[in-house]
Ligand binder design. Sequence first.
Ligand code: SAH
Ligand code: SF4
Length: 372
Amino acid sequence: MAYRSIFDAPVLQSEFDNAGINHHFIPLIWKHVLQNPNCKWDEITSLPSAAYPLLNSKFLPLTTTLHSVSHSTDAVTSKLLIKLQNGEFVETVVMRYDTRLGKYAGKPRPGGPRSTLCVSSQVGCKMGCKFCATGSMGFKSNLSTGEIVEQLVHASHISNIRNVVFMGMGEPLNNYSALVEAVRIMLRSPFQLSPKRITVSTVGIVHAISKLQHDLPHVNLAVSLHAPVQDIRCQIMPAARAFPLGKLMDALHLYQKNSQQKIFIEYIMLDGVNDDELQAHQLGKLLETLEVVVNLIPFNPVGSTTQFRTTNAAKVKCFQRVLREKYDIRTTVRKEMGQDINGACGQLVVSKQDKMLAENTGLVMDIEDLHL
Ligand code: SAH
Ligand code: SF4
């Protein structure tokens, strides 16, 4: 039988209930594991005696192993390749903002180092977006709550993580309960991340968006819109057929009415597909009654997606100007990072069983910048 991760909180809590063990020991165990990922349960001396046989027979401190770490020469980005108990791999990417020369005038950021972790929620993805490397893998499996949280545990040994974005492999809202439980753990001791520093990015799973606001208040929502009209969205994102643009916009209005939070909109700039001036106006009109920040993303070519090219810089500027000047929409352009290690949020693909890496990519820096 496979062991459960100690970070699979619902399973751990019910096992503790059955054995009459108080839940208040849980953060203490997590803290020990965070500091000593290779620990044995007996090293934690302060637990009730019933806890030891239970932990020894059913739980591991970590069910995943850190297979390899690649550090980018940009001194900002590191990619962790993590092996799951079932033999599959996922990738998680650490971005250290404080060292990013140029953007902060070469000076360390006030407030000290603050890294962002881009986590995976699934092995592969069933949404099949035409531009996405993960989508081309198809769906393999959902990560458990523990497997999601363990990415944070591994990354915490590389850097002090302050922000988490669910922009790695997979569609987080298609693994809803594991996502919600994982975020809840990240908010608790010993991680104690602020909900404002966690961002869930979704292709637009309409029915899950309003639930998310209820289950994870104050967590940021990022929506991969990528087109201002239904037919273009369907061409590049097959999932748009099941979640039509009209219904998605209704869900976003409701989400904002209830949460009062701004929404981050991701928009990949695809040459000749969704990037002309008319489409900038359509996007502006679609979004002008919402409080949003639009993040224009250069398309990063991936192996099989030769059908797309990224928009040139002048056209991106023009698109941005329309949104800003005509519709007063805050707009940022995503910077690419970490290409030498093939690391990119939303673009990760794990092919074979060992340390193969992804196709060529770039990295996300801006959504987190906005709320620091
Ligand atoms: N499934 C979720 C989260 C993971 S993808 C989602 O789609 O939102 C994270 C982001 O990376 C998304 O905005 C996605 O559209 C983007 N992305 C995927 N492939 C890309 C590519 N080739 N170039 C640039 N961004 C890409
Ligand atoms: Fe899945 Fe997101 Fe990639 Fe689309 S962009 S295939 S939803 S991971």
